[in-house]
Design a protein around this ligand. Structure first.
Ligand SMILES: Nc1ncnc2c1ncn2[C@@H]1O[C@H](COP(=O)(O)OP(=O)(O)O)[C@@H](O)[C@H]1O
Ligand SMILES: [Mg+2]
Length: 425
């Protein structure tokens, strides 16, 4: 059941295409490959060519998805898949959460799936999400908008149950071999993935919550030429826009303030911002631990790589102690946190898995990026409310000092990398 996905027969696919677009696939499209390239619990994807000659991906919903039985099947399947994605590598660090989510606290996930399933079943909603996401990048993150892409939607060939998109050719984000063959440096992609999702979380407040590798493709930036040593700039292609979460302004800014504090190892701010999410006096260290997958003493360690350093034996045992000793607190924490934050935890976990596939270790750079983007978002928020010249100047000063801090972190990181490369460690 874990790996088996329902596949619609070609006959069923023809029925859906006929019902949705008014004719059989061979009439609506110039060519239509009857064998799907992918199939999941809700839909399957076929490659086709339009009468104008464009290659497209056609996502066809399985029939009867609105039946209760199918919906229940999809619910169970989605829960299992989500759990699988939440904890891709069974690892001591996830032990606490696995026990809790599987054993006691899966209710939020069931609720979540029940709430989000109708939206995920509406492919026009998915298409609109992809448009809104790209629009957010152009308006709110123009410096990286060019590097992030969602396939164009063919609206005249799309309905709520069938989505026709431009076909994008490119390896998945975890396919290191193909990525290197394209002349793209995996570190550049790791940075781009971190930046892209940090911008969504902290600046847009509209977040793609399913960034696992099959939904992230990589290609060379269409406008880029080869740089030195044939190196090419990457573009990240986001697929599967069915599951998005909207963060309201206060949740978004509190979440940004919390991550900024985590990256800067600011214990007081971490505590204050955890409390805003309901993780009070006895729970904040645990929440910080779950967000960073690091024990509290590492979280507040002022070293530049405090969140990325490989866990040592004592970190292991400290986290395992969390799992067993703080079992009731973990349950309580999951109860208290807003559901949207639980979805951010899931998103973070997908991103961690992608990062590990790309560079095989926790990345200091990705934390510096998270720190930078969360700080930028907070500064932008403050500047938008600056009512006097004095406050404006004060915020500008704060901005300069933060930028200086991150620059120092970046330089410290380079020195660290340089020393590692020379074999000092
Ligand atoms: N526009 C596209 N271009 C190329 N491949 C695509 C495209 N859309 C989907 N795919 C392929 O189909 C798979 C499933 O599509 P996706 O939208 O993620 O559906 P699901 O919701 O079923 O996961 C993707 O992982 C990717 O391999
Ligand atoms: Mg997918």
């Amino acid at each position: 059941m874990l790996n088996r996905c329902p596949t619609s027969s070609y006959d069923q696919v023809c029925q859906v295409v006929k019902k949705e677009l008014g004719g059989p696939p061979e009439k609506i499209f110039e060519e239509f490959d009857p064998v799907p390239i992918a199939s999941a619990s809700l839909a399957q994807v076929h490659v086709a060519r339009t009468h104008q000659g464009q290659k497209v991906a056609v996502k066809v919903q399985h029939m009867h998805m609105t039946d209760t039985a199918s919906a229940d099947y999809a619910t169970v399947e989605l829960i299992v898949n989500t759990l699988h994605r939440l904890f891709p590598s069974f690892d001591y660090r996830y032990l606490a959460l696995i026990i809790v989510v599987l054993g006691l606290e899966y209710r939020w996930l069931v609720d979540e799936v029940h709430d989000s399933l109708p939206k995920e079943l509406d492919f026009l909603n998915e298409a609109n999400n992809s448009i809104k996401c790209m629009d957010n990048f152009r308006r709110l993150s123009p410096h990286i908008a060019e590097y992030v892409y969602a396939p164009a939607v063919y609206w005249d060939l799309s309905t709520s149950k069938l989505l026709t998109m431009e076909f994008v050719d490119g390896p998945q984000v975890n396919d290191l071999n193909s990525i290197q063959k394209l002349g793209i440096n995996p570190h550049d992609i790791a940075r781009l993935v971190s930046r892209t999702f940090a911008e969504m979380m902290f600046k847009h407040g509209f977040v793609h919550c399913d960034p696992h590798a099959a939904n992230l493709l990589v290609r060379t930036l269409p406008s880029s030429r080869s740089g030195i040593f044939g190196r090419r700039k990457p573009q990240l292609v986001l697929l599967d826009h069915g599951l998005y979460k909207q963060l309201d302004v206060s949740t978004r800014t509190n979440y940004a303030a919390l991550w900024k504090a985590l990256v800067l190892a600011d214990a007081k701010e971490i505590k204050e911002n955890c409390m805003k999410f309901g993780a009070g006096e006895d729970l904040y260290a645990l929440f910080a631990g779950i967000l960073t997958m690091r024990p509290w003493n590492r979280v507040i360690d002022p070293a530049v790589d405090h969140l990325a350093i490989q866990g040592n034996a004592s970190d292991h045992s400290e986290l395992q102690m969390y799992a067993s000793q703080y079992f009731p607190q973990i349950t309580e924490l999951l109860h208290k946190l807003p559901r949207v934050i639980l979805l951010m935890l899931k998103t973070n976990d997908c991103l961690r898995a992608v990062n590990n596939a790309l560079i095989q270790r926790p990345s200091v750079e990705s934390f510096i990026i998270i720190g930078r983007v969360s700080s930028e978002a907070l500064i932008e928020e403050k500047l938008s409310h600056a009512s006097s010249l004095f406050t404006y100047l004060f915020v500008c000063f704060e901005q300069i000092s933060l930028e200086a801090r991150f620059l120092i972190m970046q330089v410290a990181l380079w020195i660290l990398q340089f020393r590692t490369a020379l074999g000092f460690y």
